[in-house]
Design a protein around this ligand. Sequence first.
Ligand SMILES: Cc1cc2nc3c(=O)[nH]c(=O)nc-3n(C[C@H](O)[C@H](O)[C@H](O)COP(=O)(O)OP(=O)(O)OC[C@H]3O[C@@H](n4cnc5c(N)ncnc54)[C@H](O)[C@@H]3O)c2cc1C
Length: 395
Amino acid sequence: MDFLLNEEQRAWQIKARKFADEEIRPLSVKRDAISAPRETFDWEIIKKGSKLGFRTAAVPKAWGGDGIDFVTQAIIMAELAKADSAISKTFSQCWKWSHLIADFCSDNQKQRFLVPFMQDDTYLLGSASTEPNAGSDKRMLVDSDPKSGWRLKAEKHGDEWILNGEKTFIANGPIAKLFFVNTRSNPNVSMKEGTTVFLVPSNTPGFRVGKVFNKLGWRFYQNAELIFEDARVPDTNVVGKANEGFKLRGGSFSDFELAANAVGVCDDATTSATRFARTEKRHGIVLAEQQVVQLQLNEMHMLTEALRSFVMRVAAETDGKSDGKTPAANVLAMNFATDVIQRVSELSMDVHGRAGATMHAHTDKLVRDSMIWTHLAGDSVQRMKAVEKLKAAVK
Ligand SMILES: Cc1cc2nc3c(=O)[nH]c(=O)nc-3n(C[C@H](O)[C@H](O)[C@H](O)COP(=O)(O)OP(=O)(O)OC[C@H]3O[C@@H](n4cnc5c(N)ncnc54)[C@H](O)[C@@H]3O)c2cc1C
């Protein structure tokens, strides 16, 4: 497999690296240190990144985007995450859902939502599945019991649907202008047969944002409750067909996205620990001359390079697939990314000594950010998904 970047990919990498170094890094720890979760966000960095194309990079060329491939997406995510993984994720969250608009929405919906998304630097996207009593259900359908899964109710009245219920922990919740919302349009059958997905603009009557969660990591990236009280959504906002919302889940690249983002955090942790070890003297010699510290730096470096190779392989394989679906190894890459990012950031904290145990001194942020992977990429359900794929592959 050839991992050499072509000219276009290299150009994106250089642009992302410059933006990360000059614009993101100077504000990363400052934003992390803000205690009120609603205040951590910064529109200026989003506008600047948007003007450079990072918000809309994945939109097909036919709709005015750059239509970048998955290898390029992985490269940009890693470069931006080197300076701040939560800011990187805020941009890539838009790629994920703009893919959905491009792949599954009608031309009329593209005109109404993709065109304004392209024109407005502050137009962010979100997708809402999780509810107070429905989390992992969407990741692994353990049964066909109508009682499991999301309950947000969608009822058709003439040309409109009335939505009632609540979503929780939704990324970009307080700031997105448009959400994909998974609803239960038929409560008497399983979630698989009774889900309808709607495009819901944030100014929809009856829709409001509730609490913003105070997360230990990824503090810039906002997660919130979304509340629907007789929210009225036109029938023309149904994505695909009513009750067939589960069919839309095939093309998601979310697993690979987390693995690519982790590469950037690992690069940052390894560089920072190496720099510290080369400059700090203990026992009269620089730390980097101590054999144990050398072994720690070696492990960080080795794991980071292994993750990078895995991510690039998955990205290249995804680009090579005609159905747009991510390859089976994708889930494993996400599991592996969890183990690697947590080990590498912990080693960095160790090398940094007391500086690693200080709040908002950068090293602690990487450790706290890495803990988010447990919930998104490395919990027991995500591990079970990989085993299910293995079982299916072994005859
Ligand atoms: C940073 C962040 C961003 C998020 N963004 C979004 C978003 O944009 N949109 C959205 O809809 N949601 C979002 N979520 C929510 C996320 O999808 C859920 O947290 C996830 O689906 C798990 O659900 P839960 O938290 O309810 O955990 P639970 O489902 O309650 O699971 C708790 C634990 O039990 C385990 N478990 C559950 N069921 C089983 C089982 N059958 N077998 C074995 N173990 C099991 C899980 O693996 C986990 O370890 C986000 C979460 C985070 C942390």
